[in-house]
Design a protein around this ligand. Sequence first.
Ligand code: ATP
Length: 337
Amino acid sequence: MNPAVSFRGVSRHFGEVRAVDGVDLDIAEGEFFAMLGPSGSGKTTCLRLIAGFETPTAGDIRLFGESVAGLPPYRRAVNTVFQDYALFPHLSVVDNVAYGLMIAGVPKAERRRRAEEALAMMALPGYGSRRPSELSGGQRQRVALARALVNRPRVLLLDEPLGALDLKLREQMQDELKALQRKVGITFVFVTHDQGEALSMADRVAVFNEGRIQQVGTPAEVYGRPRTRFVADFVGSSNVLPPALTALFGGPPKWASLRPEALRLRPPEGAPIIGTVQGARYLGASTRLVVDLGTGPAPEDRADIAVLLPGGEPVPQPGARVGLTWEPAALHVMGAA
Ligand code: ATP
């Protein structure tokens, strides 16, 4: 089966700026796919290339096996939900949702029926006559989703769709978006700089940095087996160990990552590794400790490592000497630097 979206050697340069730089990527039909990366890493430009709002300076983009070179946005089987929702303030909710159908020449009665159907699916029945200004942030988000789905795209593109919502609503909408994708069964590609959001929602994640993809994989793969130091640093809160520390933890003298939750405290007597607690940060369900494993008094001898203590465990005071144990399988040696 052809991938829903495929990139081959795709670049988009703006003068000197390599917004997207030689990207190869396949997104399968029906996947919930996340593009994750820091600000300016090229995620939005990739989305705009798929939608047809940008043209590649090099490379080939295919949707369901067909090249989209030269195809304007409205001829592509994709639709976009923008971060600011881009609703028309002077139109009612139902007219906002039906707008694309009107442009496509769908007769009025059918437009209305399909718009009401889409609003019902987004749990917004009866809201059709309101203006966007009379809705909450979460409701506006649902209207934007209804509008994007009403003309039945095969791929839905979502640019930081939850960015404007507060934390509680964000978590609720994460669950709703997952459920929605299962219900409509189409491919979702969403852009986020929030690693928690990408890991909890996506079937697969592409991690971007400086216009390039550093790694593509399932959340468990990019979290547990980061290929590069950038991925280890950006995804989760990993300890990135220089070769000397990796050796201390029983690995080869190479760069490695070790998740803070794979480390456990024990009494220092007879422990394989001993350190000094530098500080503790209470996180609610857990506490993040920073332990200095350095051996000498000079600042460059310091080697801090983060340890995640499950809630309920006693938290040692700064200055306390602690021993460490770890799950050897959690020590992940990286290839490329
Ligand atoms: P953010 O999360 O902040 O939206 P992003 O990962 O989506 O970031 P892009 O918006 O794709 O990143 O931008 C990638 C790079 O390309 C940035 O350096 C940006 O300034 C640059 N860029 C994007 N669009 C243009 C443009 N139209 N003209 C010039 N430079 C651009």
